[in-house]
Write a protein that binds this ligand. Structure first.
Ligand SMILES: O=P(O)(O)OC[C@H]1O[C@H](O[C@H]2O[C@H](CO)[C@@H](O)[C@H](O)[C@H]2O)[C@H](O)[C@@H](O)[C@@H]1O
Length: 274
């Protein structure tokens, strides 16, 4: 643990797990970053680790830029339990705009400006010429993501897209959410920090851990600090996002490191009981 604050948060979670909220991002945290967003399957040991923790804590929450339905689909594992098997699981998708709980989904209407984006984005991308080769549009129903991971120069193409995408988002009354080799156009008014704050209030949380890997998770890190309870900010580390590691209380090595942390947390909780 790098910080005293993180150590105090961890001590509280272990000593009083019934008051703890464990919140996690999906891509890059529970699932590895891969070239094809539709193939980002959850780490096979993650659901079992979450199921064991769920017996002890107030709530397990997945807060993701994905729709909850996609997190559930990608949360299937070949042999073990699946994400959907985690008792009491709450999934806040689209950065908190969609809420899935006990099989029920609640969501506001999709932003009207998305049709403009769907109409104009292909030409905007094509205008980059050969640099656009490999760009992938992911239509998530209430948001559209533009991926450059499969381009010859992913960072260069992302930079070239940044300004035209921002202009299009402005005209469509949407905001741009930057991430790992991706720019997402989505509705305003919600972020992972607000989503996390609402959950903490709902369950009267007495401690919190948030685990993330990307720029969109910085808002949730800020919410951990602002909450007047002990908390731990965990970065699922990668070479792609330095900013998150800089503000984390602890950095682990990608999804395998996240699973190891969840397992160690469960072990600490149960060894206290004996
Ligand atoms: O909030 P998250 O659960 O972390 O979702 C953020 C974005 O994740 C996905 O994109 C990222 O993962 C892909 C699969 O590994 C990878 O190909 C891509 O480069 C990453 O940016 C997802 O496709 C996006 O819609 C999410 O917004």
């Amino acid at each position: 643990m790098r910080t005293d604050r993180g150590a105090a948060g961890m001590a509280m979670i272990v000593s009083e797990p019934a008051g703890a909220v464990i919140a996690l991002d999906f891509d890059g945290t529970l699932s590895p970053i891969v070239a094809d967003p539709s193939a980002a399957w959850i780490h096979p040991a993650a659901p079992a680790a979450l199921i064991r923790l769920a017996e002890h804590v107030a709530r397990i929450v997945v807060i993701t830029g994905r729709p909850p339905s996609t997190a559930i689909a990608l949360g299937d594992t070949p042999d073990g339990p699946d994400l959907i098997d985690v008792p009491g699981l709450l999934i806040l998708g689209h950065y908190g705009l969609e809420r899935w709980e006990g099989g029920q989904l609640s969501a506001p209407p999709a932003p009207a400006g998305l049709d403009l984006v769907r109409n104009e984005l292909p030409a905007l991308i094509a205008a980059l010429g050969p640099a656009a080769d490999g760009v992938k549009i992911e239509d998530k129903g209430r948001a559209v993501a533009v991926h450059t991971r499969n381009c010859a120069d992913p960072d260069g193409t992302l930079e070239a897209l940044r300004e035209p995408v921002a202009l299009l988002a402005g005209r469509a009354e949407l905001v741009v959410e930057p991430g790992r080799k991706v720019l997402e156009l989505r509705g305003p008014g919600m972020d992972k920090g607000r989503a996390l704050r609402e959950v903490l209030a709902e369950v009267s949380a007495r401690s919190v851990m948030f685990i993330g890997d990307d720029l969109g998770d910085l808002a949730a890190f800020a919410a951990v600090i602002e909450a007047d309870i002990p908390g731990v900010r965990v970065c699922s580390g990668s070479a792609e996002v330095a900013e998150l590691a800089e503000s984390a209380d602890v950095v682990v090595d990608g999804p395998p490191g996240v699973v190891a942390l969840l397992e160690a947390l469960h072990k600490s909780m149960t060894s206290r009981d004996q």
